[in-house]
Design a protein around this ligand. Structure first.
Ligand code: FES
Length: 71
């Protein structure tokens, strides 16, 4: 299975690159079609949650830096 790349964008979304299955909390699957690149909202402002619709622009500030989760 190919690895999926997930990028936490500064002041914005979570970008998903790769083949994934996405479910809601009730176990219902989102139909993504052929999409292998999409973005999830992490600002809470999107009208298309859980997907990013660009509403974060100018309205969300969070600089993300990776750290070692094993420590
Ligand atoms: S991160 Fe883009 S709309 Fe929330």
């Amino acid at each position: 299975m190919e690895k999926v790349k997930i990028t936490i964008n500064n002041n914005g979304s979570i970008r998903i690159e790769g083949e994934v299955e996405l479910y809601d909390g009730s176990g219902n699957k989102f139909e993504l079609g052929d999409k292998k690149i999409f973005s999830l909202c992490r600002c809470g402002l999107s009208n298309k949650k859980p997907f990013c619709d660009g509403s974060h622009k100018g309205n969300f500030v969070h600089e993300c830096q990776a750290w070692d989760l094993t420590k």
